[in-house]
Design a binder for this molecule. Structure first.
Ligand code: DGJ
Length: 757
């Protein structure tokens, strides 16, 4: 609900209030963002900053009111050259002398129900007239010739407020837009911990904490993708209590989050397109739309913040029929056979996958052109008939005959020098033709997808493939980052626009497929999880979270990712042991137990399975299918983190809870373990049983034929489970083995099923 009274705008969601005030100079002073206030309309005198005189050595916006010094005023936007020395949220250069002065003053507002559509192909959050409303405010600087419209949209059910800005050239001269952040959030004080999600390929989105103090913190990607290095989602958490704020961006390109504590101790947060890699020319009467940013507040801490973000993503970001559908269990050929397959081998894998209960068979890299390694053929999206003489339709038919969906890997944005496509259209490759060579990664180059002819080629090629081979599922990969930005596209005269235009083109292509094939399941991927963001989740029903398939290394990846994104979009993987990246050997049951929490996929040579492994995987798939509603859409909690990791996933009514228990290293003569589950409902009585896995305890050590699986099972009241916990039985750790002991070597795990009785 939005209340507008006495120049005060109160944007209220179910549990939060966001308040600003248009002051006598027409600036939007930010007053408050936090727990919902009952009646802020009466509290304006308390909520406003009271500067009764100017601070010496600071700059007042105008001689008419010296008390208004922008650098020390919480506001909805910051501009340059008028006394606000913080990082600007909007920056322009106007006129022949490239003036930077921008002085925007309020010129009106309109309220709306539902959402306001973008005019560009940017993706945005969706909502109906019943659950969404908003307000757009206009500010103008007639001298600079700039109009800026700030759009706030409220998503009541998940306590999210989104913001974006439309910047228009209302002068008769061209101008340059140098910064256009989507969001500015000014907060009082600086007693916050900044949580970012940082990493690299194979170790994406690790939760990284730092306590902020005076100065500037930057979380950014300059790569043309949201990146594995720094996810656009960030959190500020009070160091005193549970209050926390999240911001995120519905955008898949280079982004920048600035957290700046100024000399008066106020915190200035910006989120948007990275202005280091961006610049746009604005002709008279043209406008630039920023991506939509989200902000979210909770006074109850990080778990509540994550729950709300998950709800928002499921309700307002995801679209199409897969939005609420259970995700299928996949088999993926990549870590199973890499490039080394032909039709007969595929038939064997298809048959075996179907027998294991797998629901979608995904043919990964290597099926097209002459692609037998990663040096050629990207762009040649025709089946390699030497490998698959019957064509993709035969493989697809075989999958369908065996009751599975057929999935296909594609990397549409790329081209190899060694490809027919490059030979035919060398000018389609991104790069300045006057240079002899271009920067390369994984032997591949970008197609200039901002060109209409390239877009049309990609859209028609993919549509043809999907239709002809009856493809139900695509894995859309992207395995490098932008370089050599030169485009022959006559619409782009300033390469500072290129990265943004690239994302608009990507969205156009992906949307066109999704709209033509509404039932198509799109799994996005970028060397694992280098483009894991709200933009790629609009039409992507899931994202390949990481190429790291070592279960122990995966723990922090899922933990970090889940603080922003729901498990229903996190692809997880059971692969080969020893792991190719860490050389660590882990049992098949532990690989499964960790992969259980998310969208399950096997990428392992199932033809080499022993009978025990076949039986184990069959049980695993059945178990996952039985509980996947909870594992994909339930409430997720990280209960214990450290040498022992405990996670839980529960139904919203907490009547069923699944618990993962993983131990990294076994200690001799070790400490006792207690299993507490924060999600237990205090008023219920539960039965707790261990999932009967097929972990081979009898294979451990020399004289261990005596080891048996412990059969721990308890009946326990919810409050005991939640607060006191269950004291688990001894681990066998050096004083001899006795029946009932838990045998837990390094990297072993348990899954507990907890049900209300
Ligand atoms: C990178 C992906 O992350 C992998 O899963 C796999 O699809 C390879 N690309 C194939 O080249």
């Amino acid at each position: 609900m939005i209340t507008i009274k006495n120049n005060m705008f109160h944007l209220a969601t179910a549990n939060t209030s966001y308040i600003f005030f248009i002051n006598s100079l027409g600036l939007a002073e930010h007053l408050y963002y936090g727990k919902k206030l009952r009646n802020p309309e009466y509290d304006i005198p308390s909520l406003r900053e009271k500067h009764v005189g100017p601070r010496v050595n600071e700059t007042s916006l105008t001689p008419d009111d010296l008390t208004i010094q922008p650098v020390n005023l919480m506001s909805e936007f910051s501009t340059e050259d008028k006394g606000d020395y913080r990082t600007p949220s909007i920056a322009v250069s106007t006129g022949r002398k490239k003036l930077r002065t921008l002085d925007l003053r309020f010129s009106g507002y309109t309220s709306f129900t539902g959402i306001q559509r973008f005019s560009s192909p940017l993706f945005q959050a969706l909502g109906s007239d019943q659950n969404t409303c908003g307000v757009s405010l206009e500010f103008r600087d007639p001298v600079a010739g700039v109009k800026a419209t700030f759009l706030y949209t409220l998503f009541d059910d998940s306590d999210v407020i989104t913001r974006r800005v439309v910047i228009e050239n209302i002068s008769s001269e061209p101008m340059t837009l140098r910064s256009a952040y989507s969001l500015q959030l000014d907060l009082p004080g600086h007693d916050y911990e900044l949580i970012t999600f940082t990493g690299a390929q194979l170790r994406e989105r690790k939760e990284t904490r730092q306590t902020i103090t005076y100065g500037k913190y930057v979380n950014e990607s300059r790569r043309g993708a949201s990146s594995a290095e720094a996810n656009p989602g960030i959190i500020l958490k009070s160091i005193h209590d549970g209050q926390c704020y999240m911001t995120n961006l519905i955008y898949s390109g280079s982004h920048r989050e600035v957290v700046e504590v100024n000399q008066f101790g106020k915190t200035h947060v910006l989120s948007g397109i990275n202005d280091d890699t961006f610049e746009a020319d604005l002709a008279p009467n043209s406008a630039f739309e920023t991506p939509e940013a989200i902000m979210l507040y909770s006074h109850l801490g990080l778990d509540d913040l994550a729950d709300k973000s998950h709800r928002f993503i499921r309700e307002h970001i995801q679209r199409g029929p897969w939005k609420d559908r259970l995700r299928p269990v996949a088999f993926n050929t990549w870590e199973a056979v890499h490039f080394d397959f032909e039709e007969r081998k595929l038939s064997g894998l298809i048959k075996q996958a179907a027998e294991l209960g797998i629901e979608v068979f995904v043919l990964d890299d290597g099926w097209f052109g002459a692609r037998n390694d990663d040096t050629s053929s990207l762009g040649d999206w025709q089946v390699n008939t030497l490998k698959i003489p019957g064509g993709l339709a035969t493989v697809s038919k075989e999958c369908h005959r065996r009751g599975m969906m057929f999935g296909l890997w594609l990397e549409p944005e790329m081209v190899s020098l060694n490809s027919y496509l490059y030979r035919k259209h060398p000018d389609w490759m991104l790069g300045d033709p006057s240079r002899k060579s271009h920067a390369v990664s994984r032997n591949q180059y970008f197609l200039d997808i901002t060109r209409d002819d390239v877009q049309d080629y990609l859209i028609s090629t993919m549509k043809h493939l999907i239709q002809n081979a009856n493809v139900d599922y695509i894995k859309w990969d992207m395995n490098r980052h932008l370089s050599d930005m030169y485009s022959a596209n006559p619409e782009i005269m300033n390469m500072g626009e290129y990265q943004h235009r690239y994302i608009l083109a990507l969205y156009r292509i992906q949307k066109s497929l999704a709209v033509t094939f509404p039932n198509l399941f799109i799994e996005n991927c970028a060397s694992g999880g280098a483009r894991f963001d709200l933009g790629m989740l609009c039409y992507g029903s899931a994202i390949w979270t990481s190429d790291c398939s070592d279960p122990i290394e995966r723990i922090p990846i899922i933990e970090g990712t889940s603080m922003l994104y729901p498990l229903s979009v996190c692809g997880t993987s059971v692969s080969t042991s020893p792991n190719y990246a860490t050389f660590r050997s882990t049992d098949l049951e532990t690989r499964f137990a960790v992969a259980l929490f998310g969208v399950l996929n096997y990428s392992i040579d199932i033809m080499k399975f022993s009978d025990r492994e076949k039986a184990a995987v069959k049980d695993q798939v059945e178990f996952y299918r039985q509980y996947r509603q909870i594992l994909q859409f339930g409430i997720f909690r990280k209960e214990v983190r450290g040498n022992i990791t405990v996670w839980s996933a529960a139904t919203p009514d907490r009547s069923v809870i699944l618990v993962l228990y993983v131990q990294t290293l076994m200690r001799s003569n070790c400490e006792d373990d207690i299993l507490t589950v924060s999600q237990a409902d205090e008023n219920f009585v539960y039965r707790v049983v261990r999932r009967d896995d097929r972990a081979p305890v009898w294979d451990i050590g020399s004289d261990v034929s005596k080891f048996k699986k412990e059969e721990e099972s308890y009946e326990v009241t919810g409050d005991t489970l939640k607060w006191a916990g269950i004291k688990l039985s001894d681990k066998c750790s050096g004083s001899g083995y006795r029946n009932g002991m838990r045998v837990m070597p390094d990297f072993s795990s348990r899954v507990y099923i907890i049900k209300k009785i």
